[in-house]
Design a protein around this ligand. Structure first.
Ligand code: PGA
Length: 250
């Protein structure tokens, strides 16, 4: 079974609800083929409700950008999986490198969040990727292996079949530097083979592995042509409906 491509928009800390609604209104008519790819919009927590309402009846799904693993508790400032679900989100980004870099998220926290997403029936979009120093020290595979090994601890192989992984080399995020399609293809192949080792062939074959890091309309098709790349997690270029539509339409 071929894997259906998935394109996710990571809006990071941009757009208030009115801007988010405006985006959806402009973006929806620009999608050419509504069945070719799954599209997930991940707005900030305060715009989730507005985006869920705006996408009603369309092919768009909505995801959170982060969550706590606990269902409720004294965790000031956090959002729980129950809260994401209640507002209508179906997906959640976990372990984005900005969370790891600026908010101290560890591989173990990523693992707790993944297990909680499974329990709460949210589809995790799990981010992995090496920094520039790690790549230059030839540690890309070691880092990806460690991130995957810890992320998937105690995960049931069947639960992992609908997981989404985003390979996002940290040095390519928001920098305008993209991994070449070949570099990304190799990293994706490596990740999939490790997933096969950790969770079995079935999970590895069904799991979508997205590329993320300066995906733009002019490099999207070359990346999409790599057989190991099942879609994209798009930051900067997803903020504008026209440029995000160009990426989705490739
Ligand atoms: P970028 O961000 O497309 O702006 O590089 C990607 C991401 O952080 O998910």
């Amino acid at each position: 079974m071929p894997r259906k491509p998935l394109i996710a928009a990571n809006w990071k800390m941009y757009k208030v609800p009115a801007q988010a609604e405006e985006f959806v209104k402009k973006f929806l008519p620009l999608i050419e083929d509504k069945d070719r790819a799954e599209i997930v919009i991940c707005p900030s927590a305060t715009s989730l409700a507005a985006v869920v309402a705006a996408v009603q009846g369309s092919v768009l799904a909505v995801g959170g950008q982060n969550m706590h693993w606990a269902e409720e508790g004294a965790y000031t400032g956090e959002t729980s999986p129950l809260m994401l679900k209640a507002v209508g989100a179906t997906h959640v980004i976990i372990g984005h490198s900005e969370r790891r870099q600026y908010f101290g998220e560890t591989d173990e926290m990523v693992n707790h969040k993944i297990l909680s997403a499974v329990k709460n029936e949210l589809t995790p979009i799990i981010c992995v990727g090496e920094t520039l120093e790690e790549r230059e020290a030839n540690k890309t595979e070691e880092v990806l292996l460690r991130q995957c090994q810890i992320a998937f601890k105690a995960v049931e192989p069947e639960a992992a079949e609908n997981f989404i992984i985003a390979y996002e080399p940290v040095w390519a995020i928001g920098t305008g530097r993209t991994a070449t399609p070949e570099m990304a293809g190799l990293a994706h192949f490596y990740i999939r083979s490790q997933v096969a080792r950790l969770l079995g062939r079935k999970a590895a074959d069904s799991m979508r592995i997205l590329y993320g890091g300066s995906v733009k309309p002019d490099n999207a098709s070359a990346l999409a042509n790599q057989p190991e790349i099942d879609g994209a997690l798009v930051g900067g270029a997803s903020l504008d409906p026209v440029s995000f539509a160009k990426i989705v339409n490739y």
